[in-house]
Design a protein around this ligand. Sequence first.
Ligand code: FAD
Length: 433
Amino acid sequence: MKGDPGTGPLPPGPWDVAVVGGGPAGLLAAGRAAMLGARVLLLEKMEKPARKLRITGKGRANITNMRPLEEHLREIRPEPRFLRGAFGAFFNRDLVDLLAAEGVEVRVERGDRVFPASGRAWDVAEALAAWAVRQGAVLVPRARVEALVVHDGVFAGLEVVRTGSGLRQRVEAPRCVLATGGLSYPGTGSTGDGLAFAEATGHRLTAPFPSLVGLRTRPALEEVQGLDLRNVALTVWIDGRKQDTEFGEADVTARGLGGPIVLRQSRRIVEALAAGRRVEAALDLKPALDPPTLEARLARELEARRTCGDLLRSLLPPLLVPVFLARLGLDAAAPAARLQEGLRRRLLALLKDFRLEVVGHGGWEEAIVTAGGVSLKDVDPRTLASRRVAGLHFAGEVLDLDANTGGYNLQIAFSTGWLAGEAAARAILNPGE
Ligand SMILES: Cc1cc2nc3c(=O)[nH]c(=O)nc-3n(C[C@H](O)[C@H](O)[C@H](O)COP(=O)(O)OP(=O)(O)OC[C@H]3O[C@@H](n4cnc5c(N)ncnc54)[C@H](O)[C@@H]3O)c2cc1C
């Protein structure tokens, strides 16, 4: 695999299972199928497998979560029950054990999130690729699948192009696992190819949309870009109706808001924006203080502080002081004691409800995950086999499944990959089963 220029012909078959996409789902599918004795060809269009996995969790890879199954299911949309079979076949503990056997120890952090102890996502990607190859899978990078070949509703093969030379080839195999990922971070290779293949072969798609994505707001607060907001709450309002509130951390980006509590609410916001609804984000900068307690605190600060600038500095992160002064039409040097009743009310309201209109989101370039995908109605949850094309299985983000932050998305990819590889291999090796 190392240094493969992507020019020569593919290794000769015959193959039992062709896996398309060498991300976390494809690596697990290929490794599991090969482990069971299938002859497996794993095709990856980039020069290295698992490009996206290598950048997950800010380069640290939050690979799973140690919470029990029911809690995983609660974080997953739109149909968590679909995953019972895949999680039953391969779950968080299995992943940790597999990685330990490959020399990758893990560390469990806040919120039961699991990371490699080395802090390097790269180690996980390399270990999983080495594991799949050691099981016997033949991994070919720089091999882009361009189309599925389907005859009379039965999978027959793949049209493949070596990206280094443009050499075209047809690969034949009785079974295929499509693990091409979604549409987010297209620079990593996830450009939605599998969605197009699925649609072209008669599968229904749930229209994909970006999720776990930062928001564009009006105003944009670019003057305080980079500000980390800790211990704040974010409430989403849609068409003037209050939705959920999340507590935790957010950050101010060049064009709006990002960070954990923003990402967690982004799925619903993106859907609302697409439906043309009016969305607002309300930041509560003092969620631990109810309005009367905050009012009492303000009264104390008013006595103790000389100027409006001093007053605001006692209540806010320094970067936000000019923003508040501007919103309230105050001069930093004005005496705090002269803050009139009306302005005090507005200051209290702003601290508890700093409202920003949400006018957009970061799109595919910034989204952590793709919501939507191959409709679960067209896939058998016991085998992840297509109900439309015999011999075809799906795994990973190409499916209409997504989850919150916390390691759940990668666990979906690992579990569905494992199950799809297992089912594809068993169908060949034990056809009567
Ligand atoms: C910045 C970022 C951070 C993230 N952090 C986390 C995290 O910490 N924890 C977590 O749980 N999730 C995280 N995710 C989400 C997680 O990375 C994905 O859900 C996961 O990678 C999906 O795995 P997959 O194998 O289905 O798809 P992908 O990882 O997208 O892999 C698909 C592979 O298929 C290949 N491919 C596509 N088309 C073709 C083709 N035509 N021919 C051949 N090969 C093809 C691609 O090149 C790619 O290698 C993060 C995502 C991003 C973008």
